[in-house]
Design a protein around this ligand. Structure first.
Ligand SMILES: [Mg+2]
Length: 408
């Protein structure tokens, strides 16, 4: 007996949440963006009306406005998007414990074992759509299939607010005529290689011999051939089976170039604050700090150093970043963008050696920061912050995420 896999994709996710927060936005062409005042304002997401004007995710705001002069731009509210995504996942978890998130707005569900209780894959998809719409006010597109690759493809076939089924009986008619680029993990470069060989549709991929694709694309080619032929045994992970990150980094492009180390400090402190929050949430600590500096000429330099002992303290991470900057950077040119990364991560709080003259500062900082993050959690990020962050006047008012973080 085959598996029943669902892929659920929230439609126009960021823009739909913004319209929930302010229903007037439903009627206008809408773009969600980073700070429009910063030099690098880009469209992070758009609604259906803006799509109609040809507005693209990732394009500069001024370009989008040229295509669509009436475009309304709102700032991204990433924290709120995380909250809504968690509510939607809680609905998915009513039907199975195998719920595997893919980005913020997509999930795979394995409902093979849920059918006796809840009905067929299609019926479960219809229930999910209704519950997400009625309880949250957002819409999803659902693909129902016998593997993850086709379920994902299915959720793209009809949207918004629709269910598509791809079965072992119909996949040749439904999937094979589609462009090869629709297959999971076919990016621009792979699509171009395929096109150069006259391979345009998924059916073209399927009808080749797997070893020819291996010759063309290596191991990846074999996987594509398998996907195209409906062979994909990759399991849907348990919702609780979260994989811890290998590194946590936060970066920012500044409103104005930074010209000396004193100007960088509050920005490092601000970035490290987010890194510390994530480390706490993951119950991890970092043994190494790495900084990436992008100069005004866009030249990139990277430095790293081990910490005296593993930590999750934003203060200590920022201090290590600042020490790296002072040690290595000669200010041949001002800095445009900086990133702080915590790497070499380990689980939990490592037992500290009780040395007679051990530095007590990390312990004390940890207690203070526990209180600080607790207050931010309860009253919002602006409730309390480090005094150094007040000096970060070259930070954009709202930080941008990279456009590829949301697909829509
Ligand atoms: Mg989506």
């Amino acid at each position: 007996m085959g598996r029943v896999i669902l892929h659920c994709d929230l439609n126009n996710y960021y823009a739909s949440v913004e319209a929930l927060l302010d229903p007037r936005l439903r009627e206008v062409p809408l773009a969600v963006c980073g700070d429009p005042e910063s030099r690098h304002g880009v469209v992070l997401a758009k609604n259906q009306i803006a799509k109609g004007y040809g507005v693209l995710t990732g394009e500069a705001l001024w370009q989008a406005k040229r295509k669509c002069p009436g475009l309304v731009c709102v700032l991204a509210h990433h924290r709120i998007y995380e909250e809504y995504a968690a509510k939607v996942r809680a609905i998915y978890c009513r039907y199975t414990d195998q719920v595997e998130p893919f980005g913020i707005d997509e999930c795979w569900l394995d409902v093979t074992g849920s059918r006796r209780l809840f009905g067929s894959g299609f019926e479960i998809a219809e229930r999910l759509r209704r519950e997400v719409r009625e309880e949250i006010g957002l819409t999803i597109s659902v693909g129902v299939s016998f593997n993850k690759a086709f379920a994902k493809l299915g959720s793209d076939l009809k949207k918004p607010d629709a269910t598509s089924c791809i079965t072992e009986a119909n996949f040749r008619e439904v999937v094979w005529p589609l462009p090869a680029a629709y297959l999971l993990f076919v990016g621009g470069a792979t699509a171009k290689k395929l096109a150069d060989c006259g391979i345009r549709t998924i059916g073209d991929v399927a009808r080749l011999r797997s070893r020819d694709l291996q010759h063309l694309l290596g191991k990846h080619g074999v996987r594509l051939w398998q996907y195209a032929n409906g062979i994909d045994n990759d399991p849907v992970r348990l919702f609780t089976d979260h994989r811890p990150p290998k590194s946590i980094s936060h970066g920012v492009t500044c409103r104005e170039d930074l010209t000396h180390a004193e100007e960088v400090w509050p920005i490092f402190r601000h970035l490290a604050q987010d890194t510390g929050r994530k480390l706490r949430a993951e119950q991890m600590q970092a043994a190494t700090v790495q900084i990436t500096l992008k100069g005004a000429s866009l030249q990139v330099k990277q430095y790293q150093a081990p910490l005296p002992e593993p930590t999750r303290s934003p203060q200590l991470i920022a201090e290590a970043a600042q020490a790296l900057l002072i040690k290595h950077y000669r200010w041949a040119e001002p800095l445009r963008a900086v990133t702080v990364a915590a790497t070499n991560l380990t689980q939990g709080k490592a037992p500290r050696q009780l040395l007679l003259f051990a530095d007590e500062r990390p312990e004390k900082l940890d207690k203070v920061e526990d209180v600080m993050y607790g207050l931010q959690e309860r009253f919002g990020g602006q409730a309390l912050f480090s005094a150094a962050e007040l000096l970060a006047d070259k930070l954009p008012r709202h930080r941008e995420k990279l456009p590829e973080e949301e697909e829509s």
